[in-house]
Design a binder for this molecule. Structure first.
Ligand code: FES
Ligand code: FES
Length: 212
């Protein structure tokens, strides 16, 4: 057999021709060419913020989220990436004392901010009271949601004490109660696939009671 014949089709040629026929599209030269990689340089911006009490200055692509800044640039992997879409609460950190989904905010928006992650709340030797209460009440199973739950829980107790009402507050002009209903409502943005919810509320109730 003459393998140099221009009429000889290889198996690959046959499959390719079949695919083109089936789609009814003849590929143009441009479409057939391999995609060129973008050579554009990402715009970098300098950002300085306090993270767990230490000043950090970073040169970041302006599109970098606070979550990726913490995890990929500062290697603070305690803050978890769950959905990356603001739906699970796993990435919750405290910014200037208020909780925030770090996947939904850009680092460049936090010039001069005070960021606290789970690593900054406490250490294994000196745990934050909320961390201690989570351990005592088994407020976790796999632990993936736990850093976000704890940061959120700390902020929730503060919100209630500051008198900020929620959807379940009966009287918007009165100070809300440190009740399980208030805590459950305010923690509803923190999803736990292991279903540790009631134990989390027990842990929060203990901390709230000890601070009352
Ligand atoms: Fe941010 Fe899910 S990772 S809310
Ligand atoms: Fe496993 Fe919450 S402890 S997801």
């Amino acid at each position: 057999m003459d393998h140099t014949s221009p009429f000889l089709m290889t198996r690959r040629d046959t499959l390719l021709a079949g695919a083109v026929t089936a789609s009814g599209v003849v590929p143009s030269a441009a479409a057939a060419a391999p995609a060129k990689q973008s050579t554009a340089t990402a715009p970098l911006t300098r950002v300085t913020m306090s993270v767990n009490g230490e000043s950090k200055t970073l040169e970041l692509d302006t599109r970098t989220t606070l979550l990726d800044t913490l995890r990929e640039h500062l290697h603070l992997t305690g803050t978890k990436k769950g959905c990356d879409h603001g739906q699970c609460g796993a990435c919750t950190v405290l910014v200037n004392g208020r909780r925030i989904n770090s996947c939904l905010t850009l680092a460049v928006m936090h010039e001069g901010s005070r960021v606290t992650t789970i690593e900054g709340l406490g250490t294994p030797q000196r745990m934050h009271p909320m961390q201690t209460a989570f351990v005592k009440h088994d407020g976790y199973q796999c632990g993936y949601c736990t850093p976000g739950q704890i940061c959120s829980a700390v902020a929730v107790i503060d919100e209630i004490k500051q008198g900020i009402p929620s959807h379940v507050s009966e009287d918007l002009t009165a100070r809300p109660l440190l009740s399980p209903a208030e805590m459950r409502e305010r923690m509803s943005g923190n999803i736990c696939r292991c279903g540790a919810y009631s134990n989390i509320v027990d842990a929060m109730t203990e901390v709230a009671g000890s601070q009352a």
